[in-house]
Design a protein around this ligand. Structure first.
Ligand SMILES: *[C@@H]1O[C@H](CO)[C@@H](O)[C@H](O)[C@H]1NC(C)=O
Ligand SMILES: *[C@@H]1O[C@H](CO)[C@@H](O)[C@H](O)[C@H]1NC(C)=O
Ligand SMILES: *[C@@H]1O[C@H](CO)[C@@H](O)[C@H](O)[C@H]1NC(C)=O
Ligand SMILES: *[C@@H]1O[C@H](CO)[C@@H](O)[C@H](O)[C@H]1NC(C)=O
Ligand SMILES: *[C@@H]1O[C@H](CO)[C@@H](O)[C@H](O)[C@H]1NC(C)=O
Ligand SMILES: [Zn+2]
Length: 947
């Protein structure tokens, strides 16, 4: 799944001079630390009972019983609408659900206790049968183990190895109030007669099981390796449609209220992929020769055609994967459904993929053209999981990256295949690289693939859903494909999927299959040896090259270099110069070595990590940096586009880690005054964001704004004819850069830009039925107009936000509302996040983060989350902490944060709080060392006024 929404990471990678945050199309990231649920501290590794007695396992199920299939009946009692029908007064909504399940399992080691998972379910009526003899067995008193969420079913006799048994249980439970397990989502249908009109309110039931929530819906062996076949029956109210993983087999009315829908058995799959929905949603079809593909959404959204874009690409993406993997999609049907409330951006449930509305719905003429990139990416990611994750699953959550890294990596190609005009690969790679690089440069990072024993509790499992797993995972796979050749890599992948289908693997299985393909191809790479250095260790190296004598060496790259590290990696280096083409060289030692390829014989520049295929940074001797920057200023095209972005990023981050002077980084932005490509601008803007955060409350800010204004004037002018006529260029990367131009120009006070934004917004206010602002530009124009405006603009935007039933427009406005400079309006907006009728629970985090990124809202947001911690931390609070503390750079702020860590219940956000503390310390030190130099540099570079 993508978790905790790409959106937060998109926010984090956005330029915030003042208030903005657009950068569309940054979607490769997902959830971090979704930890709202019952959590337990790590406990010692269990010893599994080897005989009939012995201590119960601690966190992991024993392997003595292996499930084979389930028969599950589920009946959610809720109503989809609470309306008076004729004389019958409207019913009260109910969150109860009931059901029963029979699990058939095989015993491989004798035992007299059955352990399986169950959380907050009332269970009774246990019946255990020997399936070989059909004889019932006597059951003792069932117990719940809170810590492990085990259900312990003791038996009067023993289960014998080699025999087959079944366990039947009745259960009932409450639908979740958080967005996990089985829960109710709601929406408003049609135009409500008045605000809060209950007759317009509709409800649906939906599920989200990954990673450990299936146990809240029915008792099960809730571990990814415990795959089984599921025979599912849903009992639901008339007039609703039930969907599940498999195709509907039969549906019939059983009485006045209830319909029963029976589904085909699923494929053998993990419990976390189990899903069903009950709703009044409508669907449209996508063409595919074999698979029945349907895309569901609110009836209104479907009728208005908002699912059409998604439906138009889904079949093509599925076919792309069928060819790529050389294995057909395993089911007869594929449903996708846009759920109004969902915490991850989407979830890849086999055959029934759920999406946030924003990740699936597209409205012609209203949604930004760039929004298609997000939709295509999320769909491509989820459909990749139908193979990587669903068909072949990691054995345990420590290897989650095999699922998520692969889905992220392969989605680059799927999107590029169905939407070649987006030219998306460069953008994706750089975005993922930069996202992972930031987190992985902290000593608190974790290995891509930690030991199993480090990932035991629910808390630790949820912690795996982070940018390391998703982005580093994708880039490490990209690096492997580059080393062994993509063709060889693909051969290995195909066989791996074929041989392990319906089964589980760990990374060693994957290495083995790539190795076989390498060997057959006559290659020499030792896959496991090379790759283990990237997957089993935290962090990544910085390669240092001295082109005067050809010496290179590696070192663990950390922002805080006081952490001693002796880690080293097997580094593949693609290297070129202005006189030679790219070639591959290996660095396979921690000691410095001299290599000819890195020696500049006659003053030429040398560039390493061509096209950024390696997961590492590069530093050079000052002379080579000088030559590269001169090349950028004179003829940038000589240097590959991705590297143009990466040189800027490396320079800034090396400066942050104090490996080069901060002036080198700033010098690396000089060439931008003549640059119109997106990658270098995006890189510079994202990195300067750190300067903005550190300095926008200080005297550095004035000269810095003046410099940015000067640098962006050319770019603004490049797009001026488009922008002022509310038009956009054809090329997607230019479309991205047009938005950057407006963001940077308006934020740094270019008066033409501010006037343009305010006028466009004023025109819309004058005639609110026709919005002439191009959909691509709405987000940035709304934000800039609200930043420049006052109460009138804000109220207008708020009213539009509340009355709009359009997902894109709502999202754009929700973000723009955080852009005002008026403290009292920001305060009011913060208060609204406490009211789920105003701001949905799933939007609370991101709304507060938007406000915190506005310099005027920083302090307010920090006070606010502390005052309302219990409410705002319902989703764990990790991303909130990260977002709200990103400007922290004073001793006072550090003390406040440390106080917060001890005085508040931050259990689910512990890691985020520790990271924030570490980051704040780094920031304090960085500002202390660099402020004067940076101030001088900006003052020198921005002599003329830019207005
Ligand atoms: C509603 O009440 C009327 C008159 O009392 C009765 O004829 C009708 O059958 C009732 N309808 C329902 C659905 O009970
Ligand atoms: C709804 O709940 C209220 C209070 O609990 C109760 O008085 C009323 O009878 C219920 N209505 C229905 C239709 O069940
Ligand atoms: C399980 O529940 C279904 C639906 O309520 C019911 O028809 C079935 O008889 C139940 N199974 C058992 C063994 O009680
Ligand atoms: C899964 O893979 C293991 C190891 O290769 C094998 O022993 C086992 O039989 C496989 N199980 C299934 C259901 O294919
Ligand atoms: C690079 O090597 C030369 C020659 O050995 C040496 O003089 C210089 O100091 C080195 N530069 C760096 C940055 O280490
Ligand atoms: Zn995923």
């Amino acid at each position: 799944m993508p978790k905790e929404s790409f959106i937060f990471k998109a926010v984090a990678t956005t330029f915030v001079i003042l208030t903005i945050s657009v950068i569309a199309g940054i979607v490769t990231m997902i959830i971090f630390y979704k930890t709202q649920i019952s959590t337990v501290k790590p406990t010692p590794r269990p010893t599994f009972p080897s005989t009939t007695t012995g201590p119960p396992p601690v966190m992991r199920l024993p392997r003595n019983l292996i499930p084979d299939s389930y028969t599950v009946f589920l009946q959610p009692d809720f109503y989809t609408r609470i309306i008076e029908v004729e004389n019958v007064t409207s019913p009260n909504q109910t969150m109860l659900f009931t059901g029963n399940s029979t699990v058939n399992f095989h015993c491989v080691q004798r035992t007299s206790t059955i352990y399986l998972h169950s959380t907050e379910l009332d269970v009774d009526g246990a019946v255990v049968k020997n399936r070989d003899t059909n004889k019932k067995m006597d059951v003792g008193e069932i117990k719940h183990k809170d810590e492990s969420s085990f259900l312990e079913v003791p038996l009067e006799e023993t289960l014998e190895a080699g025999r087959n048994y079944s366990l039947f249980l009745n259960f009932k439970g409450k639908m979740s109030k958080n967005l996990d397990g089985l829960y109710v989502s709601s929406y408003v249908e049609g135009s409500p007669a008045y605000e809060g009109d209950e007759n317009a309110e509709r409800f649906l039931a939906t599920t989200n099981m990954e990673p450990t929530e299936a146990r809240r819906v029915f008792p099960c062996f809730d571990e990814p390796e415990m795959k089984a076949v599921f025979h599912v029956t849903i009992i639901h109210r008339h007039g609703t449609t039930a969907l599940a993983n498999a195709k509907m087999k039969d549906s019939s009315i059983i009485d006045d209220d209830w319909t029963v829908t029976i589904f085909d058995p699923t494929q053998r799959m993990s419990t976390y992929l189990f899903a069903f929905t009950v709703s009044e949603f409508k669907s449209i079809n996508s063409p595919h020769e074999r698979v029945e593909i349907k895309t569901f959404a609110r009836p209104e959204a479907t009728t208005a055609g908002h699912t059409e874009y998604a439906a138009s690409i889904t079949g093509k993406i599925l076919e792309f994967y069928e060819n790529y993997f050389d294995i057909n999609y395993s089911l007869k049907k594929l449903d996708q459904i846009a759920v109004p409330d969902l915490y991850p951006l989407a979830m890849e449930n086999w055959g029934l993929v759920t999406y946030q509305e924003g990740s699936l719905l597209y409205e012609e003429g209203v949604s930004s053209l760039l929004h298609k990139e997000d939709i295509a990416t999320v769909i491509a990611h989820e459909l990749a999981h139908q193979w990587f994750g669903n068909l072949v699953t990691m054995k345990w959550w420590n290897d989650l990256w095999l699922n998520e890294g692969f889905a992220t990596y392969i989605s680059y190609f799927a999107v590029d295949d169905v939407e070649p005009s987006f030219k998306i690969i460069d953008t994706f790679v750089l975005t993922d690289l930069h996202t992972a690089f930031v987190e992985d440069a902290l000593a608190s990072s974790h290995p891509l693939s930690p030991p199993q024993e480090d990932v035991q509790s629910i808390y630790e499992i949820n912690g795996m859903f982070d940018s390391i797993t998703y982005c580093k995972g994708a880039l490490v796979l990209r690096m492997l494909a580059d080393i062994v050749d993509e063709r060889v890599f693909n051969t290995g992948v195909k066989r791996y999927l074929r041989d392990f289908r319906y089964n589980n693997t760990d990374r060693n299985d994957f290495w083995e299959y790539i190795q076989k393909a390498v060997d057959e191809d006559g290659g020499h790479t030792k896959v496991a040896k090379v790759m283990d250095s990237w997957t089993n260790q935290i962090g990544y190296p910085v390669l240092t090259i001295n082109t005067t004598n050809g010496e290179i060496y590696q070192k663990h790259f950390l922002y805080n270099d006081s952490s001693e590290s002796s880690l080293w990696w097997y580094i593949p280096i693609r290297v070129m110069s202005n006189t030679s083409d790219s070639s591959l060289v290996w660095l396979d030692t921690s000691a410095p070595v001299k290599k000819d390829k890195f020696l500049s014989k006659s003053g030429e520049w040398i560039l390493a990590n061509v096209n950024c295929t390696g997961y590492y940074r590069v530093n050079y001797n000052p002379e080579n940096w000088e030559r590269l920057l001169t090349q950028l200023e004179t003829n940038p095209r000589r240097i590959p586009l991705m590297n143009r972005g990466q040189l800027v990023d490396d320079a800034f981050n090396l400066a942050r880690a104090e490996l080069v002077n901060v002036t080198l980084a700033l010098n690396a932005t000089r060439f931008l005054s003549n640059e119109t490509e997106y990658a270098p601008w995006e890189s510079a803007v994202r990195n300067l964001e750190y300067f903005v955060l550190m300095f926008d409350r200080t005297e550095v800010y004035g000269p810095m704004q003046a410099y940015l204004c000067k640098q962006v004037t050319g770019l603004y002018d490049f797009f001026r004819n488009y922008t002022e006529n509310s038009k956009v260029p054809d090329d997607h990367s230019l479309q991205h850069n047009q938005i950057t131009a407006i963001q940077v120009a308006c934020s740094s006070g270019l008066s033409d830009c501010v006037t343009m934004a305010s006028e466009m917004f004023a025109n819309w206010m004058k005639n609110s039925t026709t919005n002439n602002i191009h959909p691509n530009l709405r987000s940035v124009i709304y934000c800039q107009a609200l930043a420049a405006g006052g109460q009138t603009e804000w109220e207008f935007a708020w009213n539009r936000f509340q009355s709009s039933s359009d997902t894109s427009e709502k999202e754009q406005l929700r973000e723009a509302l955080s852009c005002t400079k008026k403290i009292w309006l920001l305060n009011r907006y913060l208060e609204y996040t406490l009211n789920p009728d105003k701001i949905r629970l799933m939007d609370v985090d991101s709304t507060i983060i938007y406000i915190a990124r506005n310099v005027a809202g920083q302090a307010l947001a920090w006070n606010f989350i502390r005052a309302h911690w219990e409410y705002v931390s319902q989703e764990g609070g990790a991303s909130l902490i990260e977002g709200v503390t990103s400007r922290f750079s004073t001793q006072f702020e550090l003390e406040e944060l440390e106080h917060f860590a001890t005085k508040y219940d931050v259990e689910y956000a512990t890691r985020a709080v520790n990271q924030a503390i570490e980051q704040t310390r780094v920031n304090i030190e960085w500002v202390r060392k660099n402020k004067e130099i940076v101030l001088e540099w900006f003052e020198r570079e921005s002599t003329s006024q830019c207005l």
